[in-house]
Write a protein that binds this ligand. Structure first.
Ligand code: FAD
Length: 288
């Protein structure tokens, strides 16, 4: 199933993102999470890929394969390129093809100061062109409502985004954001720039303060005063901050759906409880 074909004028596509367990955690933890997530009936589940340069790590492919073959849900396998050679990318593509995985989120990946890039791929657009030549896959790509941290400004970032779409990306998923006005501004500019593929809004519920501090350092998302006040008020109570974080994410989603968003991609952080609470709260809204 081609992910871009899930979208339509009367449908808000709802999906989850999970990540392979960290090195020291047992692989089974992800399967417990998936057991729960499948009951929430997402349109697809995406699985992140490490930018670490270890092509022998097939955990993304294995988890995506389980999503497809055990749960019958469409998987979207992330794939980064900056730390891989074309030969290594071919090996990964061969595994994905063999497992019947058709949809790839093609990414550059973050440059790692401790790992010299392999030089064959510098940008996601090059990976998209490379994968498209094989003809076996449908491609999704990332976009940034506030502009990517490396880009000079949003207009320049959108110009390169258009190149990714022209190269073959049929669907976009946004970086997380906490102020919907950035997403609306971005979308207006992207449409004016001739980008007409479906754009899903990436929503990350706050689970604790350190998670947000880490994310904001990595991706530079702005924190609106309402959000900062919420964090300050509840940061000392894990339960209160989780509840407030769920309410904030639901509020963002209601506003996005009211504005006619194509879809919502929930960064679950492998936390089935939070994903479940949000899914329950918005079920009637996204189906309306
Ligand atoms: P690109 O589209 O290549 O853009 C990177 C920067 O280069 C931007 O500033 C852009 O404006 C600029 N640029 C693009 N093309 C050109 C060009 N031709 N010439 C000059 N400049 C150019 N990381 C992981 O490691 N694993 C994951 O699984 C993962 N999943 C993600 C999922 C989503 C939805 C998002 C939003 C991000 C994800 N990331 C992941 C993070 C991502 O790898 C980083 O944000 C990375 O720094 C950029 O990746 P990209 O594919 O957007 O890069």
């Amino acid at each position: 199933m081609q992910i871009s074909s899930l979208f339509g004028p009367d449908k808000v596509v709802f999906s989850f993102e999970v990540f392979p367990p960290k090195k020291n955690s047992p692989i089974d933890t992800i399967y417990t999470t998936l057991d729960y997530l499948k009951d929430l009936q997402p349109d697809f589940i995406s699985v992140t890929y490490g930018a670490g340069g270890n092509a022998a790590d097939t955990s993304t492919c294995d988890i995506a394969s389980t999503i497809l073959n055990k749960y019958g849900i469409v998987p979207l396998a992330h794939l980064t390129c900056v730390n891989y050679t074309s030969r290594e990318i071919d090996q990964i593509l061969d595994i994905l093809k063999e497992k019947g995985i058709k949809n790839i989120l093609a990414l550059r990946g973050d440059r790692n100061p401790n790992l010299p890039p392999k030089k064959e791929f510098s940008y996601a657009g090059e990976l998209i062109t490379y994968i498209k030549k094989r003809g076996d896959f449908y491609i999704s790509a990332a976009c940034y409502p506030e502009g990517h941290v490396d880009s000079e400004n949003l207009d320049q970032d959108i110009m390169y985004l258009k190149q990714k779409v022209d190269a073959g990306a049929e669907h976009l998923i946004s970086q997380l954001f906490f102020d919907n006005s950035y997403f609306y501004n971005f979308l207006e500019k992207a449409r004016k720039a001739g980008i007409h593929v479906p754009v899903q809004a990436g929503i990350m519920p706050v689970i604790n303060k350190s998670q947000i501090e880490r994310m904001v350092t990595l991706c530079g998302a702005s924190l609106p005063p309402k959000f900062v006040k919420m964090m300050q008020r509840f940061e000392h109570s894990p339960e209160a901050i989780r509840e407030a974080g769920i309410a904030y994410a639901v509020d963002q989603i209601v506003d996005l759906v009211s504005h006619g968003v194509d879809g919502i991609h929930l960064y679950t952080m492998n936390n089935p409880y939070v994903a479940g609470r949000i899914s329950e709260s918005i079920r009637g809204i996204i189906k309306a």
